[in-house]
Write a protein that binds this ligand. Structure first.
Ligand SMILES: [Zn+2]
Length: 157
């Protein structure tokens, strides 16, 4: 059990610029968004926690980086699709196809960020913020805390 060192501080640590490449399609305002297309996604992660009295750290940066990289690996060089579309996809060619399904309505940057945040939370059990860049200029940011404090929460996942 971690001992709380400084109750007057809120501490967090983060790692950034972890990249992966993936394809998706979305219902954007341009019909082009529905075309299967790719992005280089960039992931920045912040984890909120107390400083461990033994190590003086919230979490070792290299451990955090390793965990994020392992999770990101599942999405890298895949086509990210919402589970509801899985049965409607057929792609054939002289190439490999790796499909990554997510349990959200669409494979938008927002939902992919939520999926990643939840996975990081499940590993660390610490509130986590994920900023996911689609390309270099656009990003979605989500904060996930496992929903512990929301007793009457009826969100479905
Ligand atoms: Zn896109």
């Amino acid at each position: 059990m971690r001992q709380k060192l400084y109750s007057e501080y809120y501490t967090s640590v983060g790692v950034k610029k972890i990249y992966f490449d993936a394809a998706h399609y979305t219902k954007g305002i341009s019909s082009k968004c529905m075309n299967l297309h790719g992005h280089t996604f960039r992931v920045d992660v912040v984890v909120y926690g107390e400083i461990d009295s033994e190590t003086g750290m919230v979490i070792d940066f290299s451990i955090l980086k390793k965990i994020v990289r392992e999770i990101i690996e599942e999405y890298d060089h895949t086509i990210i699709v919402p589970r509801k579309d899985l049965d409607h996809i057929t792609i054939k060619g002289p190439f490999n196809v790796s499909i990554k399904t997510i349990d959200y309505p669409e494979a938008t940057t927002e939902y992919i960020a939520m999926d990643i945040a939840k996975k990081i939370y499940e590993k660390l059990k610490l509130p986590v913020k994920v900023r996911l860049y689609e390309g270099s200029k656009n990003f979605a940011e989500v904060l996930y805390d496992g929903g512990q404090e929301d007793e009457g929460d009826t969100r479905s996942t």
